[in-house]
Ligand binder design. Structure first.
Ligand code: UDP
Length: 194
């Protein structure tokens, strides 16, 4: 996949459709990975934290979340097909997953929010299986990992803990989490909860 380096962050130069196609291929292949959707604040944060930058750059998909990244790309003269907002990626991915009866785990946000998001998602995409939910204010990471394990794992997990917590969580626990593709999606569960 073609990439565009913007201030040290290696974005994938993809449309929304390309991104979802790549994600679905990876899920079907059972190849573990994670997706990040950096906005300009996250790009800036990577300047000061090379470990965080490596985590971002090791993602299977690095999607330009907003127009700020696209403007930066233009100014720097590097090609990017367009913005791929995390919330649009999440929605399009759920649609595709629902057609194949795939399993989704929702992790993050305040207590009650992921459950409400799950209710709304089930109504919108009846074919999708919500494997389970866990709020984002767990005592330690192991508690969240155990919740995903107790739910029987999932094809995809929306990891919505805000940056850089979600990226660290996804990268740090990729091997032990019974999830194929983890997607770091910030405040998306609040949006899906309505
Ligand atoms: N959050 C969480 N656990 C934390 C800190 C934050 O689950 O320890 C959640 C918070 O409730 C919100 C999301 O992470 O739902 C972060 O949203 P925000 O809009 O700040 O993130 P962004 O989309 O800007 O990265």
């Amino acid at each position: 996949m073609k990439t565009a380096n913007i201030l040290g962050v290696t974005f994938h130069n993809v449309t929304l459709k390309d991104a979802v196609d790549a994600a679905m291929d990876q899920i079907r292949a059972g190849k573990k990975g994670y997706v990040v959707t950096p906005n300009p604040e996250i790009v800036y944060a990577t300047f000061e934290d090379p470990v965080f930058r490596d985590i971002v750059n090791r993602a299977s998909l690095v999607l330009p979340d907003g127009i700020g990244v696209i403007y930066a790309a233009r100014i720097l003269g590097v090609p990017l097909a367009g913005k791929v907002p995390g919330i649009d990626f999440a929605d399009a991915l759920m649609y595709r997953m629902s057609q194949e009866g795939m399993r989704l785990f929702l992790l993050g946000a305040k207590p009650g929010v992921a459950e409400k998001a799950a209710e709304n998602i089930k109504k919108k995409y009846p074919g999708l299986v919500i494997a389970g939910t866990q709020d984002g204010y767990f005592k330690d990471d192991q508690q969240a990992i155990d919740a995903v394990k107790a739910a029987g794992g999932a094809d995809v997990m929306f990891t919505c803990l805000g940056a850089p917590k979600q990226e660290r969580f996804m990268a740090g626990h990729m091997d032990e989490l019974p999830v194929t593709l983890s997607c770091g999606l910030g405040g998306s569960l609040d949006v899906f909860a309505g």
